[in-house]
Ligand binder design. Structure first.
Ligand SMILES: Nc1nc2c(ncn2[C@@H]2O[C@H](COP(=O)(O)OP(=O)(O)OP(=O)(O)O)[C@@H](O)[C@H]2O)c(=O)[nH]1
Ligand SMILES: [Mg+2]
Ligand SMILES: [Zn+2]
Length: 331
């Protein structure tokens, strides 16, 4: 029988089939041996006695953070205030989701706290509307403007992403009349206090929604520097530079076409690009060193170096994905 994982807690997997029957299962040893990781949202096959997960069905997509699979829509929730809106963090989520090819909307929450709401809306829409994002301004706590959002998530499996304290659980509670635990913003750090600890799908008549723990340490330490611009449409459209390997981080207008058009690119978007670029450069540096070390080790130990293709060419998460698909096929 097929069922979907809606929660994982230590070694236990909580599942529901399409008739709404619930099961608590463990993983078959063979899946553990094959290092197949089952995520919330995965469709799996159960053993005859319904006590074990025996295989994983092919995924439509997946996210390594928050760990979940088979997502129709990601909604990035960010607070306008308390904590202050952090554009770099927001762009981090958006870039990451674009990399994973997941349709994304942005929900700007806590509009009740913003005294200059109209001006805020204008400046935000100017940046994110041209990028094609569906944008919502809401107050999850006061249940303001939730209609359009609930319409947008109808018949979809939606994952709520965003930093701790943004109001993801409050939003889920308001959309569904649930009463999941929410947390206060710390007076000291002005951040959330990591109230939600697990990823979980909640199923309602018209939608499925996943609450996730907020996290902040998402880094672009899996991507090569020249790839990053592909996830910044607003920068890429000007990236017709003198040298094809330009990383658009030089301040020389006759060399970099992006530098030449900086007045047309939003400052915080370009700042985010430069920030993530540093992380990709650090990654490239790290894997270059590693592959030189490995090549030297192989030479010194008399091993034949079979391939000159260094790890530089590889991307961790895509590799992991391919591996998982390969494991599935091998079943
Ligand atoms: N003023 C105001 N406060 C809100 C709103 N939405 C959420 N909050 C408050 O923000 C705090 C954090 O909300 P949560 O829903 O726990 O945030 P979260 O994103 O789930 O946080 P984690 O579970 O830690 O990732 C709580 O004190 C909420 O009452 C809102 O629309 N307006
Ligand atoms: Mg929460
Ligand atoms: Zn350039």
């Amino acid at each position: 029988m097929e069922a979907q994982v809606y929660k994982i807690h230590s070694d236990f997997y909580y599942l529901k089939n399409n008739k709404g029957c619930e099961y608590t299962c463990k993983l078959r040893e063979i899946l553990k041996k094959q290092k197949i990781e089952i995520l919330v949202g995965d469709f799996v096959e159960l053993s005859k006695d319904n006590n074990f997960i025996v295989s994983l069905k092919k995924r439509k997509n997946f996210l390594p953070r928050p760990k979940c699979a088979n997502i129709d829509l990601a909604v990035v929730v960010c607070a306008l205030l308390e904590p202050d809106l952090d554009f770099i963090q927001l762009n981090r989520y958006l870039t990451f989701l674009k990399y994973h090819n997941i349709q994304t909307a942005i929900c700007f929450n806590k509009e009740d706290l913003d005294k200059n709401l109209e001006a805020t809306k204008k400046s935000i829409e100017k940046i994110y509307k041209p990028l094609g994002y569906e944008i919502f301004f809401i107050s999850a706590k006061n249940k303001e403007n939730l209609d359009i959002l609930s319409n947008h998530i109808k018949n979809k499996t939606t994952v709520l992403c965003g930093s701790s304290g943004a109001g993801k659980t409050t939003l889920l509670n308001s959309l569904s009349n649930e009463n999941l635990k929410t947390g206060q913003i710390s007076q000291k750090t002005k951040r959330g206090t990591h109230t939600t600890r697990h990823c979980e799908i909640l199923e309602f008549d018209e939608f499925k929604i996943m609450d996730t723990p907020g996290f902040s340490c998402l880094k672009f330490d899996f991507m090569l520097p020249n790839e990053l611009v592909n996830y910044f449409d607003d920068i890429k459209k000007y990236a017709n530079c003198k040298y094809s390997n330009c990383l658009h981080n030089v301040d020389e207008k006759d060399i970099c076409a992006v530098a030449d058009n900086l007045d047309k690119i939003d400052k915080s978007r370009y700042q985010s690009y430069l920030c993530f670029l540093q992380e990709t450069l650090a990654y490239k540096n790290k894997i270059s060193k590693q592959s030189i070390k490995e090549e030297n080790f192989n030479k010194n130990s008399g091993k034949k170096v079979l391939t000159k293709i260094s790890k530089r060419k590889r991307q961790n998460s895509r590799n992991t994905q391919n591996q998982q698909y390969k494991n599935l096929k091998d079943f």
